[in-house]
Design a protein around this ligand. Sequence first.
Ligand SMILES: O=C(O)CCC(=O)C(=O)O
Ligand SMILES: [Fe+2]
Length: 293
Amino acid sequence: MPEIIKEFPPGPDKSVERTFISPEPFSISESVRGSAKKLEIYDHLNFLKNNGYCILENVFDDSFTENIRNTIIALSEESKGNFKGLSAAMLLGRDPIFEEVITNKKLQAVVEFAVGKGALLSQLLGGIRPQGGGNFDIHIDSAWTPAPLPEYPLMITACMPCEDFTLEAGPTKVIPKSHLKKRQPLPEEIKNEEGAIPILCKKGSLAFWLGSTWHGNYPRSKTGRRVVLHISFSRLMMRTIENYDFLDEEWLRDKHPSIRTMLGRDDFLGTSTVTSGGTDRSKTIKTFNRSHS
Ligand SMILES: O=C(O)CCC(=O)C(=O)O
Ligand SMILES: [Fe+2]
């Protein structure tokens, strides 16, 4: 006798209580509250909510930070082309030291607060700037999200400087409260940088900014190389239900070009490789523009 399926299609797992109502954006959940209090970062969460960025000082000690610095420099030598010696992409799996960073309890508490449980690691990138380098224009990291950006954050980036962020080192610049505008800056606003301030902190700190926060960076005037680790997480919500990564270039060769697009093969997301040093920049503007269509 075949088994009789009482419910068809089979329903979701009923042993787990379902949440039907989303909490207020930036509310601090029970689980985050507990760990934030214990880790003494509760006030930082409120600061992040109000200002769009926050700094956790002294998360990692000097010797660990030095190891991160040396590992990024070594791995950046494996990058090909323009990024050789200047950045190292897709760091998870390339050295176990990065697992320690992304599982750090303070980092995880801030990430859960901003982008929820089950957030996805979006990018783990080591960047190196020589003297004179930098001066990155004001932008938002969620540049492929249509405006108005939602009340709740979709993305958060943590930056771990491997030397003290002084003005001469070429620190990140941030415009406090710019996340409240819920859109990316316009050309005139990028030029004016009104309200921009440097993020100044000790090496081994974690500076966080939301995907909606306007930021850039100051040029490096001192000698030596500025080495930073960037760690970005995003909400899980935009993942596709089905995963077609197994359909390779050969399968796609004679297919209608729109199929490439719907499988995400001609936007910049997912284009980093272990030797690329970053994403395919030739596709970024096209991706950003599509998101605003
Ligand atoms: O490294 C910095 O100071 C900021 C860089 C940045 O904003 C980015 O790469 O998106
Ligand atoms: Fe950025």
